[in-house]
Design a protein around this ligand. Structure first.
Ligand code: COI
Length: 358
């Protein structure tokens, strides 16, 4: 099978999952990794026990951030089937991020096969409660040990697995979000549409400032005029007005979310007037004051659907649905969880089977 090497340590007992998983705090027993060199392409494809990496202190990605990652999920359905949600789209996006960062593509069939194999190896770690899942973190980084600024020639690709629950400490309760107008996350034609560490590093200070004010997250504005709503950083944003559902259009500065793409399709299937367009804070505030905002929510692999209960811009505080979960956010959340768990028909073939249940 695809030249994989197995260095597996089977468990004698099933892992005991804590009642509250949180996000990204626990890891399964094994990872998959492979290396890239210009001479051999991707090689050394191995499943091995989770352990620390050993790296030269000059390893390039540590200094210059030549790295990209993804986040997708595996679910254990009510039937016992284990499925992945849209792995093809996630690996396509990884390759898009890699190209912008002068890194090699991965073969999508090969990494999907490796992923299914790794999920099977560590399947006892997949939680079975609705809302919980096995979060998958594929990542890729430059490994040359050189201090000159240039693309690395050699790379490592890794699949890391983590059983998770809700991303935000609030669970599915609405989050409070601060619209940030001092710092920016990313600029059009920069790296904004790449899933790369630098974008997350750029978001940390703004997020800390928001936290000090009692806000869970930051809503970023466009970096040129600080006028248009872009994204939250850990999720894309949707605003439901009385006559349309709007999400900011992909400008090159925004991550092209897979959940965003799926939610747009679900809304179209339901007959909503859904539009990807420029949405300025001014328009939002004006329509909010006119009573036209019916719901605000975020979408993301980690966040699934996260209801927004309050937005703050400068000194203006705008509660949404009196701080309660909106109807649309609730119904999308219920639908997506139902799809993950196998209770909804997978009409667009978004799920890929890893292993059939007994
Ligand atoms: C995801 O939704 O998968 C993300 O990558 C968001 C965050 C955890 C980085």
């Amino acid at each position: 099978m695809s030249g994989f090497t197995y260095n597996i340590t089977p468990r004698t007992e099933k892992p005991e999952l804590p009642t509250t998983l949180g996000f990204g705090q626990y890891f399964t027993d094994h990872i998959f990794e492979m290396d890239y060199s210009p001479e051999q392409g991707w090689h050394n494809m191995v499943f091995r026990p989770l352990a620390n990496f050993s790296m030269h202190p000059a390893t390039m990605f540590i200094h210059y951030g030549q790295a990209a990652f993804e986040g997708l999920k595996a679910f254990r359905q009510n039937s016992g089937d284990i499925v992945l949600f849209r792995p093809d789209k996630h690996f396509e996006r990884l390759n898009n991020s890699s190209r912008r960062l002068c890194m090699p593509d991965v073969d999508i069939n090969l990494v999907t096969e490796a992923l299914k194999e790794l999920v099977k190896i560590d399947k006892d770690w997949i939680p079975s409660k609705a809302g919980e899942s096995l979060y998958i973190r594929p990542f890729l980084f430059g490994t040359d040990a050189v201090l000159g600024v240039k693309p690395s020639k050699n790379f490592k690709f890794v699949l890391l697995l983590s059983p998770v629950g809700a991303y935000y400490p609030e669970g599915f309760k609405p989050v409070k979000i601060l619209i940030q107008d001092e710092y920016v996350r990313a600029v059009r034609k920069g790296l904004g549409e790449c899933k790369t560490p630098g974008n997350y590093a750029a978001s940390l200070l703004g997020a800390e400032i928001a936290k000090q004010e009692g806000y869970t997250q930051v809503l970023w504005l466009d970096a040129i005029e600080l006028k248009n709503i872009e994204e939250v950083g850990t999720m894309n944003i949707f605003v439901a007005f009385k006559d349309e559902v709007v999400t900011p259009q992909l400008t090159g500065g925004i991550l092209s979310g897979i959940t965003r793409m799926s939610v747009i399709q679900i809304l179209k299937d339901r007959g909503y007037n859904v539009r990807e367009r420029v949405l300025s804070v001014d328009e939002f505030i004006q329509r909010y004051n006119a009573g036209e905002v019916t719901d605000v929510f975020g979408t993301g692999t980690a966040a699934i659907i996260t209801s927004v209960g309050e937005l703050k811009y400068k000194d203006t505080i705008m509660p949404i649905n009196n701080g309660q979960v909106g109807e649309l956010a609730q119904s999308l959340f219920t639908y997506l969880i139902g799809l993950h768990m196998g209770n909804e028909v997978d009409r667009h073939n978004w799920l890929q089977l890893v292993e059939a249940g007994r």
